[in-house]
Design a binder for this molecule. Structure first.
Ligand code: PLP
Length: 392
């Protein structure tokens, strides 16, 4: 069994750093910013509260579940209650719980290609078979592509919009088409909405807002990791029909008992703070343009402007050809060693010929990384150098 390849890049960068190299990482799938002070203070208060020192409910803090439900009610324009929500140790655990509840040995689950390897991993962990569905040229799934991969064993589809690594947002007509297909064939939809706050074009819609009738076969997964820069706190959730929530609660109760109360209180404070995700989204939108424009000025790189999320996912195949590299992994290794910039090779996402770069880093980090990439990969025109200096 192999570890998540994204963590493997991060580990290599860390090892180089430990040897004294000044490594910049655009490899991590997380905001570089620290968690907001409001959230940290709420956690400190929770640490001091003896109630948080004892066992709590397996389903999660009712107040946190109520806030998640309220936010889903806003998003989907349909009523949700705290009973519809199970708190998990991050969105990844929520996906795991959903798949444990839905999938039996040999059941097939459709996942996007290119896509986040964690989706395949949770399907495999549940004894299922992850079936990659090739996305279109804009990295979106279509009913036709899904249908080509459908068999009598197809149990579910994992849909992530905005996606990782592609940033693709599925617009309303496409969601409707996918929802109709799922409804027609009795396929469950697991909607991984972890990047929903980072919608750079205003086109994000939750699938349940577009197709409310899909509710009895949809699991919505979310969390505070990305929106609130809280990847280390490990708080996420699933919202689903009662039988899925009951199975998830039982699994949590039999394994971890519940998500640590202090962390849930921190998440509660985060959900009350709407300013932080909005501000982060605005910063990411600006940095997205900065990074994509800089990448497109390098010969051999062709980078689409992602509609959402926090990653650029350029096609570097021409660059690979020019340099005689055989894969994105060769390029990523070379960039790490030569420019001390960590990026994730496309192979990690079933997309050789591409690399993933995260723009959820601060301006200085991004500007320095761009500078290094340009110096390593192309002769730098004087005018561009000046522009970068001015941006500093
Ligand atoms: C698409 C997607 N879903 C879920 C996760 C996991 O989120 P969490 O840290 O809340 O487990 C990630 C993390 O990179 C992701 O990219």
């Amino acid at each position: 069994m192999t570890d998540n390849p994204i963590f493997a890049v991060a580990a290599r960068a860390e090892a180089l750093r430990a040897r004294g190299a000044d490594v910049i990482t655009l490899a991590a799938g997380e905001p570089q910013a620290a968690t907001s002070a409001v959230v940290v203070e709420a956690a400190v208060a929770a640490v001091r509260d003896p109630v948080a020192h004892h066992y709590g409910p397996a389903q999660g803090d009712p107040a946190l579940r109520a806030l998640v439900a309220a936010s889903l009610t806003d998003d989907t324009e349909a009523a949700w209650s705290a009973d519809d929500v199970q708190i998990a140790l991050g969105a990844k655990h929520a996906l795991f719980l959903a798949l444990q509840a839905l999938v039996g040995a040999g059941d097939e689950v459709l996942v996007a290609a290119p896509g986040w390897p964690g989706h395949t991993e949770v399907v495999t962990a549940a004894g299922g078979i992850a079936v990659p569905v090739t996305a279109d040229s804009e990295f979106r799934l279509s009913a036709e592509a899904l249908d080509r991969c459908r068999t009598p064993r197809t149990r579910a589809l994992i849909l992530s919009s905005p996606g990782n690594p592609t940033g693709a947002v599925h617009p309303e007509p496409r969601l409707r088409q996918i929802a109709d297909w799922a409804q027609r064939h009795g396929v469950w939809v697991i909607s991984d909405d972890i990047y929903r706050a980072f919608d750079h074009t205003g086109t994000y819609r939750p699938i349940l807002r577009v197709a409310p009738s899909l509710r009895d076969r949809t699991v919505v997964v979310g969390g505070v990791s990305k929106e609130h820069a809280m990847t280390g706190w490990r708080v996420g959730w699933l919202a689903a029909p009662p039988e899925i929530i009951a199975a998830a609660r039982l699994h949590v109760s039999r394994t971890i008992t519940h998500v640590p109360t202090v962390n849930q209180r921190a998440a509660l404070a985060a959900l009350d703070d709407h300013g932080t995700p909005a501000e982060a989204a605005q910063d990411y939108r600006r940095r997205r343009t900065m990074l994509v424009e800089a990448l497109n000025r390098i010969d051999g790189i062709d980078c689409p402007l992602p509609d959402g999320g926090m990653f650029a996912f350029p096609d570097v195949s021409a660059l690979l050809n020019d340099h005689g590299w055989s894969s994105g992994a060769d390029l990523a290794a070379w960039l790490l060693d030569t420019a001390h910039v960590a990026v994730v090779p496309g192979e990690a996402f079933d997309a050789p010929g591409r690399i993933r770069l995260c723009f959820a880093v601060d301006d200085d980090t991004l500007i320095t990384a761009i500078d290094r990439l340009r110096t390593a990969l192309s002769p730098v025109p004087e005018a561009d150098n000046q522009q970068l200096e001015e941006a500093r």
